[in-house]
Design a binder for this molecule. Structure first.
Ligand code: SF4
Length: 332
């Protein structure tokens, strides 16, 4: 297998929010790494910790939330050790974020081109002509009619075009890591497919990594090569996307797949119950109240992520002793 350079390694990243009911660990010892040209999908229900993870990577956690531990290694430097000025440079230069709502990304009274050129000029010493050339190039990469979109105001574009313009802006500085947070969620299926197509095409042509945050498994499957499933602030399963989606090891991943129309061949089964109260987590597995496979130990001891021979990891007591000789892992 081709040995690609690691772009980002996140180790035990923990972000907390103090509340009147206690400290909430919204991102709890999150670890993953990504290679250049790869796309990792971070999937899970709303409130699972996906967006907090994204904001933590950018060190933009809104107060009173704060990062209390871990490492974010990008290009051999730990972002958590950088000063504010250096971190501002890294954001934009090396890290970029695209949100769900591109309408709020752009000032409604300025043309799209002015936004992209301003972003470029904030980080690079280039002439206006050179900045415009980069902006037009990135818009063309996203399949946009570049000259027209450059002069257009945000409200003159469709949601899909606007989202691709937001991606063009994020990519204009060639970030090492692009984070998209539900970037295609508000689009209809056709527009979503367009955005994902151009994102994937760009990913194949360059050396960046993409952290694709979504609750939509079909969108994740269209663009990612690896997946991490997050539940109650913790990654509960991770590995190659095909492997995880075809042979999920964690009952939560199984339940997510079973509740998604694109993946479930039989009757759709909504995940019963609701996510736990993060201010009041019990000692055991955080999925225990919703898990049909729970046993006594699940109420007492929190499972930790462990490696299976299939090449992926899961945090579930069912894995212990259930890895059979041929490398298959049975959870049922
Ligand atoms: Fe279910 Fe127990 Fe596995 Fe948690 S550890 S997912 S409760 S079987």
């Amino acid at each position: 297998m081709e040995n690609k350079k690691k772009t980002v390694t996140v180790k035990n990243l923990t972000t907390v929010f103090p509340t009147s009911r206690g400290l909430i660990k919204a991102a709890n010892e999150i670890s993953f790494s990504m290679s250049e040209g790869s796309c990792l999908a971070l999937i899970g229900e709303s409130g699972a910790g996906k967006s907090v993870t994204a904001l933590s990577l950018l060190r933009l956690v809104p107060p009173p939330g704060r990062i209390t531990g871990g490492e974010i290694i990008l290009d051999n430097q730990d972002l958590l050790k950088l000063g504010s000025a250096e971190m501002r440079r890294v954001r934009g230069d090396d890290l970029a974020l695209v949100f769900q709502d591109s309408l709020s990304t752009f000032n409604p009274v300025r043309p799209i081109g002015a936004h992209i050129c301003e972003t470029i000029n904030t980080h690079r010493r280039l002439s206006n002509g050179e900045a415009k050339e980069i902006a037009l190039g990135k818009m063309a990469d996203m399949g946009l009619p570049a000259e027209r979109v450059f002069k257009s105001f945000p409200f003159q574009l469709s949601g899909g075009m606007r989202q691709r313009a937001a991606l063009a802006m994020a990519l204009s500085l060639h970030p090492k890591l692009l984070i998209t947070d539900e970037a295609t969620t508000s689009l209809d299926v056709t527009l979503q497919a367009q955005v994902l197509h151009y994102l994937k095409k760009h990913l194949q042509d360059c050396c960046m990594s993409v952290l694709f945050i979504s609750h939509d498994l079909a969108a994740a499957a269209a663009v990612a090569d690896r997946v991490a499933v997050i539940y109650a602030g913790r990654i509960v399963e991770s590995g190659p996307l095909k492997e995880v989606f075809q042979k999920p090891l964690h009952p939560y991943t199984e339940a997510l797949i079973g509740s998604h129309p694109s993946f479930c061949s039989g009757t759709l089964e909504p995940i019963k119950g609701s996510p736990p109260d993060l201010a009041n987590l019990s000692a055991g597995c955080s999925f225990v109240s919703r898990c049909s496979k729970a046993s006594g130990i699940c109420h007492q001891i929190a499972p930790v992520l462990q490696e299976a021979p299939t090449g992926h990891q899961a945090a579930c007591h069912l894995l212990i002793g259930k890895v059979v000789d041929d490398g298959e892992v049975a959870v049922s």
